[in-house]
Design a protein around this ligand. Structure first.
Ligand SMILES: [Zn+2]
Length: 406
């Protein structure tokens, strides 16, 4: 019988059997917990906590207000007892987006292998990275840790990077000062050192109902909303045509869009209410607050005409979320470690937001590198290629070369 292939060997040839991966069993286990953001993640968290504690880790949980969900922070101390300083954080969110209404060909929460791909909700976004990191724990320990190794597993990432903020808030008070953090969101295993920031809002337009034969007696909330939507679309074109550009991003300029709009009840009624939600995903040099002030100012121009019909009409805005961007310098220790582990000199930037920005802003320098592609995330029949997983395992092996004494 042949000895099992090492990850480095796996990375250097096409693999066809998922059983050859170090992390396959753990990927199956983690995907098997249906941790859709709206549901509890505690089963998964408790399973992982038990697993790492069996290997000698110390753990701490931070809960949401209802104690239905938790973050798990894990520390494997270095051989010299150091549990706080200069370690590496492997970071992943445990929640996944819903599968409701999506045409899946297989059970989303059972990993299926077919033609060199694993299918299942979360195989790309982003349970495989966490599973592979956890599967490598025995290898890291066998080689002896020269510095601490941490895992940060969060809840509610998919609904605005909510959960991890509580985990991060506890690091400094507990004296945990890692060298850096590797966030395993899907980048096709390319090293990413920056991403855009994001802000989002809801706009609520209150008009005045009338019979549709008497439109001047009403205030049409749908039409007012659409004027503001059209302004947002115009500003998006200006960002594209005349705004700042950074060619390192896949979309090299700031984007803005309206994703949801609801209004009206029947064609023969002038609609009283309309709401829509919009977001901006901005380059670090563009100010999302300035964009929002412009939208607000533009909306004001409709109020005199609306109030002339009914003083109770209004246009109001709710802030929904803010996720900062981040930009880790190429020459930083974590970027250099990431390049070494990836055996590449290339660094990229991406347009989608991640928890990396929150670590970065809490003085934990971050990079993003994980298996699979963002294009496959959130899709029905979400999949990840076996060769991506093999590259992730080669990354972990090289990480062990740099974290371990032997
Ligand atoms: Zn994700």
């Amino acid at each position: 019988m042949n000895a099992p292939a090492t990850p480095r060997e796996l990375a250097s040839r096409a693999i066809t059997r998922p059983e050859d991966l170090v992390g396959y069993e753990l990927i199956r286990t983690l995907v098997g917990f249906p941790t859709v953001s709206r549901d509890s993640n505690l089963e998964l968290i408790h399973w992982v906590r038990d697993y790492v504690e069996r290997h000698g880790a110390t753990t701490s949980l931070t809960f949401d207000d209802d104690r239905r969900k938790a973050n798990l922070f894990v520390t494997f101390a270095a051989q010299d007892g150091n549990a706080t300083t200069g370690g590496i954080v492997l970071s992943g969110h445990t929640d996944v987006v819903p599968v409701d209404g999506q045409p899946w060909n297989t059970d989303p929460f059972t990993v299926v292998h077919k033609d060199g791909r694993l299918y299942g909700r979360g195989v790309t976004d982003m349970k495989s990275f966490s599973a592979i990191g956890l599967a490598f724990v025995p290898r890291f320990l066998a080689r002896g840790l020269a510095r601490p190794l941490h895992f940060a597993l969060s809840y509610d990432e998919e609904i605005g990077c909510i959960g991890v903020r509580r985990l991060i808030a506890e690091l400094a008070p507990r004296g945990v000062q890692p060298l850096g953090c590797i966030v395993g969101e899907p980048t096709g295993m390319e090293l990413v050192v920056a991403h855009k920031g994001k802000m989002s809002w809801r706009c609520r337009v209150r008009g005045h109902e009338a019979h549709s034969s008497l439109t001047p007696h009403g205030v049409n909330a749908v039409q007012v909303a659409c004027e503001i939507v059209a302004y947002i679309a115009r500003r998006a074109r200006e960002f594209r045509d005349a705004g700042a550009h950074d060619g390192a991003y896949d979309v090299p300029f700031t984007t803005a869009h309206v994703g949801v709009i609801r209004g009206g009840t029947a064609l023969n009624i002038v609609p009283r209410d309309c709401t829509f939600e919009f977001e901006v995903r901005h380059l670090p040099m563009d100010d999302p607050a300035a964009f929002f002030r412009d939208v607000e100012a533009y909306a004001q121009r409709f109020l005199p005409e609306m109030h002339a019909v009914d003083p109770a009409t209004f246009i109001e805005f709710d802030h929904l979320s803010t996720l900062p961007g981040f930009d880790t310098p190429d020459e930083s220790a974590i970027a250099s470690l990431g390049r070494d582990c990836n055996a590449t000199h290339a660094c990229g930037k991406v347009s989608f937001g991640t928890e990396a920005a929150l670590f970065h802003n809490a003085a934990v320098p971050a990079v993003i590198c994980g298996p699979g592609h963002i294009a496959q995330a959130h899709q029905p029949n979400e999949w990840v290629a076996l060769d991506q997983l093999a590259r992730c395992e080669a990354f972990m092996e090289r990480l062990a070369d740099r974290l371990c004494t032997a």
